[in-house]
Design a protein around this ligand. Structure first.
Ligand SMILES: *Cc1c(COP(=O)(O)O)cnc(C)c1O
Length: 495
């Protein structure tokens, strides 16, 4: 049966999966959602015997129904291959009374690789299906992590180019080195004199510039975006929750008919929404535990039914969760409003106008499967130290936010259901914060010195992604002013 996608702001809209992937965002500004969440067609026992790639296929074939088996398996094989440093792709590791689902074994050692390693392949397959002859140009502004994961995903993928702008003085030394050493003839990385918001605004400006669009078309190009609201990023993320369940089954950790809990360190709400969709597909999940850092908009939302971004923005040691507008939450709001596009559209308009909205008591009742809480900076560091000292297991700051919130959940509820914690980054990605938590004074040491020290303490080998950039040559030296960004794009594409 073919599954179509509609917009969270217009139920009349209807596109195929491949069209939704190509467009990213609906014309009315809404997000694409499937008409219904399909049910898994395989049993727990069958899942338990499957590889990551096989599980991914079982999930994605139900959502991307206009892809042929051959196309979809091709995308999966090219995405989840030797770029990952373990054949399991997403191993499940037991520590401190929970199961850590390690989503950081890909090219850039953070969980965004799970989706961004397959998105380019889904996109060019979608382009072919829809008779798009143009080369796809991915244009992105990044504050660090997404840019590198997108670069790694799109590098040398035929039929695509990728241009990434980052604030020259706004990313960590390791993040900068990761980006400027990027290989691939179809990649361009540019530092700008300005901050992330200025880069982001300029990129949005280019997307909506009719003159530039015409020049692109004449040159045989069209822009697309790789951001986290694309259904081509969301659906691949469902697969690892199904895989985690399969692994628990295979390890005999779950009794017959027993559910599991899932804890997710949350920013844009994409990762935890994927877990919610896994539940709707039939995976027995009891609680969806949403962990925030000190930017705790979501904690307040789950507690009060009021979403309010009017507050101070806190810079924390878990920067990928420093977010005040969680874009993917819109898909949940639409769902709990009973798929009411008008009601959802109105709330989103209020958010745009006033930075705040309040859901109805009936909608709030639909949120009972969620639990929200947050971790302070001190609690986060303390969790990293405690679990390192008691278990010898070292986790990154984002994962530690989740582990902290899980402790609070257990204390609040006494629920001892088997629990999976999404581990979203390698500790080597945020070495300085991790070493400050477990090793103390770091001020006089370089990031690479800290990397070596972390290896000694943790006994976990330095990942290839870090080793490579130590010695890799710098390939991208372009730096420009914000106003010069369109010119840089024209030059790279020879327009
Ligand atoms: C992006 C990111 C998150 C937040 O995920 P969302 O899907 O945006 O909620 C958490 N941890 C890390 C390391 C990330 O890169």
């Amino acid at each position: 049966m073919e599954l179509f996608y509609t917009s969270t702001r217009n139920n009349e809209a209807s596109v195929t999966a491949s069209q939704a992937i190509l467009k990213g965002l609906a014309d009315d500004g809404g997000l694409f959602v499937p008409w219904q969440i399909p049910k898994l067609a395989v049993s727990g026992e069958q899942l338990a015997g499957m590889s990551y790639q096989e599980v991914a296929y079982e999930v994605m074939r139900l959502f991307f129904t206009d892809f042929t088996e051959e196309e979809l398996k091709g995308c999966i094989e090219r995405a989840y291959d030797g770029k990952f440093d373990t054949e399991q792709i997403a191993p499940l590791v037991k520590a401190d009374g929970a199961y850590y689902l390690e989503l950081f074994h890909g090219a850039t050692i953070a969980f965004k690789d799970m989706a961004l390693s397959i998105l380019p392949h889904l996109m060019i397959t979608s382009a072919r299906k829809n008779q798009v002859e143009n080369e796809i140009v991915i244009l992105t502004a990044t504050s660090g992590d997404t840019g590198k994961a997108a670069l790694a995903g799109f590098a040398d993928v035929e039929g695509t180019r990728i241009i990434v702008f980052y604030p020259k003085d706004g990313v960590s030394p390791i993040q900068q080195k990761q980006m400027v050493t990027q290989q691939g003839d179809n990649t361009l990385v540019v530092g700008i004199h300005g901050n992330f918001d200025q880069a982001q605004t300029a990129v949005k400006g280019m997307f909506s510039d009719p003159e530039l669009s015409a020049e692109l078309l004449a040159g045989g190009y069209q822009f697309s975006s790789a951001n986290s609201i694309n259904i081509g990023r969301l659906v691949p993320q469902i697969a690892y929750y199904v895989y985690a369940y399969a692994q628990l089954k295979a390890q005999g950790a779950m009794g017959e008919g027993q559910p599991m809990n899932v804890v997710v360190p949350t920013g844009n709400f994409g990762n935890i929404l994927a877990a919610c969709y896994a539940k709707q597909m039939g995976i027995p999940i009891r609680k969806l535990i949403c962990a925030s850092n000190e930017n705790k908009v979501l904690y307040d939302f789950f507690r009060t039914g009021v979403y309010d971004r009017n507050r101070e923005f806190v810079l924390t040691s878990s920067p990928s969760m420093d977010i005040l507008i969680s874009s993917n939450l819109e898909r949940l709001i639409y769902q709990i409003a009973g798929r009411d596009d008008q009601a959802n559209g109105q709330l989103m308009q209020e958010l745009a106008d006033t930075g705040r909205y309040e859901i109805t008591p009936a909608m709030q009742k639909e949120l009972e499967e969620f639990y929200g809480n947050y971790a302070s900076e001190a609690e986060t560091g303390e969790t990293i130290r405690r679990i390192y000292e008691t278990e010898g297991y070292v986790m990154d700051t984002h994962t530690a936010v989740a582990a902290t919130v899980y402790q609070k959940y257990k204390k609040d509820t006494n629920d001892d259901t088997v629990t999976v914690i999404a581990s979203t980054a390698s500790p080597y990605k945020f070495t300085r914060s991790v070493m400050e938590a477990i090793g103390g004074e770091c001020r006089d040491k370089t990031d690479f010195e800290l990397v070596d020290e972390l290896e000694r303490l943790s006994g976990v080998k330095v990942p290839r992604a870090i080793e490579e950039i130590r010695t890799a040559p710098v390939r991208h030296k372009t730096v420009c002013q914000v106003e010069e960004m369109p010119g840089v794009v024209r030059e790279f594409l020879k327009l």
